[in-house]
Ligand binder design. Structure first.
Ligand code: GLY
Length: 359
């Protein structure tokens, strides 16, 4: 059984499906029949997942199916990394009516999305995210792109897919770390928009329960519903979509500094969410009980909840001020107004920001 979400944006509406056995059972015919299809697969995706997709595509009467694999590292998320994809499209004479399928984690869906946005000025796209992080974050909302000259995701386009399939079976092969990375974004969605989801997560993770398949589908669905709602209301991040950056202003700084090298995105965001909640507490927008509850949930899923001993505050301030320069000297923090509600706080005083990282 799968659950469906409709994303409605000015540049197009599409369905997001969440459930198990989707790659085996989904009937792609309406999108694939008589078309040239290129599947771009993340090299980390197990072959079994690709096999299931290939069988479904064959049954859907595609005119031509090409499959290629890409290396998915932040380094390869670059112009050079895109070239082989454009080369296959070009050498196989893919026309404007072709269809691209991104099969993999967030790096893959971001890269393939950008190719779809730009090849022949835009061709159709299906996103099949296979990690928890890409399911609940990257694959919904049409942000696509690559890294350039040391900055992340600074070249890209908003480009909405025609369909997003989140097959929960593909999560079975994930490492604990990859899984926890996705949980960070699910917690984020609950904190900014859904107190009931937060309580549900507390019931699962504070009691150290094993997550059943049904619970997993449900929390991915509820989390994706929040993301879909936010991007439906603000596709191009002119206002409320910025709330999805809760924990990310700190997180990006943490990802950039030496003493936290090796931190994954989810770990940096987890810690960032604790700091952003602490800032909310210092600004008297949440209570100390709420702060403790947030910290406990983040800790209970296995995300870091304190800074390492060798953490260097000067490095942190420098990373923050680098961002400040890019953003015209204003830093934008997302703060909470209670659990389940968030708002933008522009440029809080530096001393308060420094205080907020002392956990
Ligand atoms: N990951 C934040 C957004 O999609 O806007």
């Amino acid at each position: 059984m799968s659950k469906s979400i409709n994303v409605r944006t000015p540049s197009g509406n599409y369905e997001v499906l969440v459930g198990s056995k989707l790659l085996e059972d989904y009937n792609f015919k309406w999108l694939v029949q008589n078309r040239q299809v290129l599947v771009v697969k993340d090299s980390n995706v197990p072959n079994k997942i690709l096999e299931n997709l290939s069988i479904s595509l064959d049954n859907s009467e595609a005119k031509q199916v090409e499959i290629m694999e890409i290396e998915t590292s932040e380094k390869n998320k670059s112009f050079e990394g895109l070239m082989p994809i454009f080369e296959v499209l070009n050498s196989s004479k893919f026309n404007r009516d072709c269809l691209l399928i991104g099969l993999g984690g967030g790096i893959t869906t971001d890269m393939v999305g950008f190719v779809a946005a730009s090849y022949l000025r835009g061709v159709d796209l299906i996103q099949i995210p296979t990690t928890l992080l890409s399911q609940v974050d990257a694959a919904i909302g049409g942000k696509t792109g690559i890294n350039f000259s040391g900055s992340k995701n600074n070249i890209g386009a908003f480009y909405q897919p025609k369909l997003v399939l989140m097959d929960t079976d593909s999560l079975k092969s994930l490492s604990k770390l990859d899984f926890v990375d996705g949980l960070a974004e699910i917690i984020k969605h609950s904190l900014i928009a859904d107190k009931n989801l937060f309580t549900k997560l507390e019931n699962i993770f504070l009691n150290d329960k094993d997550l059943s398949d049904a619970e997993l589908t449900q929390i991915i669905y509820e989390s994706s519903l929040i993301k879909a709602f936010v991007v439906s209301n603000d596709e191009k991040e002119k206002s409320d979509r910025a709330l999805l950056n809760f924990g990310h202003t700190y997180g990006h700084a943490f990802e950039a500094i030496q003493s936290l090298e090796g931190f994954s995105h989810g770990q940096a965001v987890g810690l960032g969410m604790i700091c952003a909640s602490h800032l909310s507490l210092l600004l008297e927008k949440i209570s100390s009980e709420e702060f403790e509850k947030i910290k406990n949930l983040i800790k209970s899923v296995g995300l870091p909840h304190e800074l390492p001993d060798n953490f260097n505050e000067d490095d942190f301030s420098e990373a923050m001020s680098r961002d400040k320069k890019i953003l015209n000297k204003k830093l934008r923090f997302i703060t909470l107004r209670g659990i389940g509600s968030a708002e933008i706080t522009e440029d809080p005083p530096d001393d308060l920001v420094l205080k907020s990282i002392n956990l």
